[in-house]
Write a protein that binds this ligand. Structure first.
Ligand SMILES: Nc1nc2c(ncn2[C@@H]2O[C@H](COP(=O)(O)OP(=O)(O)OP(=O)(O)O)[C@@H](O)[C@H]2O)c(=O)[nH]1
Length: 348
């Protein structure tokens, strides 16, 4: 959504720039250079078209096709001008290589290749139609120069396409890595608090809408301070990683999610399951944690246990995530008081 918004801003700004530059050139150019009146008429028409496109994309919601609409409008105003100002020798044809770079920035590789292909076909068509249309610049360019410029332009457009796609690929790989890092807890490799809270909020909205069941498990490792004190923080960290793996394996992969809530406390969100099913998942997790041995050296290993507080609510009984977590937390501490290594359910 964030990327889509940035792309929309680029599209709107480019649409405005197209309009402003065309209008300015239409007004200023006749004052500086001597030119045929045809260009002034074309400039007025083009400014009108580009102005309308700008107003349209500014008002519309961010959508993929807006980039293509902008490209289509630019091609629509650019092609006739290029055709009557010397074809591929026209100064306006220098604008062609910018188009694939723009498309790659605001759209995807598929649209960039399609646009590039259309431009290359246009360049060839312009070359073969030269001589058929009047040249209002009245310049006499030798045929070999026209051929050379057509070849250079074609390669520039292809290079711009490849460059734009590669640049975009690097940016999106970096973006994916960054958002992954922003969602994952560095120590355990499962979701961090921010990410699991977001998941819980979405799951809650969904459960309210469909009136399905939703459960949270608050999981706290038992006597973890003692493990740290007796074996050191590195062994403590190993226990946290092992517990996180047990959570990952214990949940249903496509519906549920596990995250680190903070310190030695974890949270699991279970969607579309009644209390009994959530209780079975919790017990399975409890068993997995208790059965996992953590090596402290080549000979010795330890086992940790956990206590789980379970809260299940149907969609119409859900209030806020804070309240939901508080209910699970309360029964978790009841579990601690009643001897640990158990699952306690909150009253429905
Ligand atoms: N190794 C390690 N320890 C952590 C980390 N985060 C929190 N802790 C430790 O976790 C311990 C939590 O201890 P307590 O809150 O007293 O709980 P507990 O000893 O598990 O006791 P109960 O929860 O009552 O069973 C503290 O010693 C923290 O220093 C971490 O990232 N790594």
């Amino acid at each position: 959504m964030f990327i889509e918004k940035i792309r929309h801003v680029i599209i709107v700004k480019t649409a405005f720039l197209n309009f402003a530059l065309t209008l300015s050139a239409t007004i200023i150019r006749p004052l500086i250079v001597e030119q045929s009146i045809v260009f002034t008429y074309m400039g007025i028409f083009n400014s009108f078209v580009l102005g309308c496109v700008f107003l349209f994309v500014k008002k519309a919601q961010p959508k993929d096709w807006q980039a293509m609409l902008l490209v289509a409008s630019v091609m629509l105003v650019l092609l006739p001008i290029v055709l009557v100002s010397g074809g591929n020798n026209s100064h306006f044809s220098y604008l062609f290589p910018i188009i694939p770079i723009f498309v790659s920035l605001v759209s995807n590789a598929k649209y960039t290749w399609i646009t590039t292909l259309i431009i290359v076909v246009c360049l060839l068509a312009i070359y073969f139609s030269s001589g058929l249309l009047p040249d209002y610049t009245y310049e006499n360019v030798p045929q070999n120069k026209t051929i050379a410029r057509t070849i250079w332009l074609t390669f520039s457009v292809l290079f711009a396409c490849k460059f734009g796609i590669e640049f975009n690929r690097i940016i999106s790989t970096l973006g994916n890595k960054l958002s992954e890092q922003a969602e994952i807890d560095v120590l355990t490799g499962i979701h961090n608090r921010r990410s699991i809270m977001l998941f819980l909020q979405h799951a809650m909205d969904e459960a309210k809408l469909k009136n399905t069941h939703l459960s949270v498990l608050m999981i706290d490792l038992d006597h973890f301070k003692q493990i740290n004190d007796n074996y050191g923080h590195l062994v403590g960290d190993q226990c946290l990683r092992a517990a996180a793996q047990c959570l990952k394996q214990g949940i249903r992969q496509h519906t549920d999610q596990a995250g680190r809530y903070g310190g030695e406390e974890f949270i699991v969100v279970i969607k579309d399951a009644n209390e009994q099913k959530a209780f079975e998942i919790a017990q399975q997790i409890l068993l997995e944690i208790a059965q996992t041995s953590i090596e402290i050296d080549t000979i010795n290993s330890i086992n940790v246990t956990a206590t789980i507080g379970l809260c299940t609510r149907s969609g119409d009984n859900l209030t806020s995530i804070e309240h939901f977590i508080e209910l699970a937390d309360k029964v978790l501490y009841l579990g601690k008081e009643s001897g640990r290594n158990c699952v306690i359910k909150a009253a429905m």
